[in-house]
Design a protein around this ligand. Structure first.
Ligand code: NAD
Length: 244
């Protein structure tokens, strides 16, 4: 498919997992993709996998001046942005009673503040037809033991999209949330004990974890004109986990 021919995209957290698979898919569909991540060595290895239609930009999404540098580079190199995937995110466990201010700050700074200012600083580069995709999570709509802070951060991301759909009236720019269920990325497999993975599989109607290529397919749909009448929506890619 060539739905994204000539489009310029930027994906935060694009050097691994769901972000990297999304970069791969957008490139397959014709886009040029900037991937943003904190570690230069990880970015270098991802861009060498992705090929000449990808460029790595080192930045921490919680740092305003880093984001300014990223969008100045995009402006200089390509002049505008058609697709923005605000995907960088972190999750950690902490049960109520053990939540520290650092745990809260880490998660909300990256997942909420990082998402907010990534989008706000990208906006001047976007135009009519632009598509913004935020990575949410099934946990934003569920209660999950020892995951309240992460879950609340993803509920916040979901509401940012609802409210921004209003704020973007008249611009022709759409904003939607792609919410994965448990998805087989290195990060998640390292975080979850095997027994928790088994329990999740039993709770998922399709009886398996997601593959990052499956979330990437939905990102490509939301990025493309096939979803042109969608804004403020949340699309779950979760094997039915949060739907039943
Ligand atoms: P991942 O760790 O591979 O991806 C997260 C990426 O964000 C990494 O590349 C990381 O370096 C980057 N990142 C983190 N903090 C950053 C910062 N301050 N600045 C710039 N980049 C930063 O894990 P993943 O599973 O691919 O997760 C991607 C997104 O999907 C996250 O938002 C996560 O919350 C969400 N998600 C994942 C799952 C899952 O099961 N894998 C489920 C629901 C939602």
């Amino acid at each position: 498919m060539n739905r994204l021919n000539g489009k310029i995209a930027l994906i935060t957290g694009g050097a691994s997992g769901i972000g990297l698979a999304s970069a791969q898919r957008l490139i397959e569909e014709g886009a040029f993709v900037f991937i943003v991540g904190r570690r230069q060595d990880v970015l270098d290895s991802a861009t060498s996998t992705l090929g000449h239609n990808a460029q790595g930009l080192q930045a921490d999404v919680t740092k305003s001046e880093n984001l300014d540098r990223v969008f100045e580079t995009v402006q200089k190199e390509k002049g505008h942005l058609d697709i923005l995937v605000a995907n960088a995110g972190v999750g950690e466990f902490a049960r109520l009673g053990q939540i520290t201010p650092e745990h809260y700050d880490d998660i909300f700074d990256i997942n909420v503040k990082g998402t907010l200012f990534t989008v706000q600083k990208a906006l001047p580069l976007m135009q009519n037809g632009g598509s913004i995709i935020l990575t949410g999570s099934t946990v934003g709509s569920m209660g999950t033991p020892a995951m309240s802070v992460y879950s609340a951060s993803k509920a916040a991301v979901r509401n940012l999209a609802r409210s921004w759909a209003h704020d973007l009236r008249g611009t022709g720019i759409r904003v939607n949330v792609m919410s994965p269920g448990p998805t087989q990325t290195d990060k998640v497999m390292a975080l979850l004990p095997a027994e928790a993975v088994g329990e999740m599989k039993r709770a998922i109607p399709l009886e398996r974890l997601g593959d990052p290529r499956e979330t990437a397919a939905v990102v490509a749909f939301l990025a493309s004109d096939d979803s042109r009448f969608m804004t403020g929506s949340e699309v779950f890619v979760d094997g039915g986990y949060a739907q039943v």
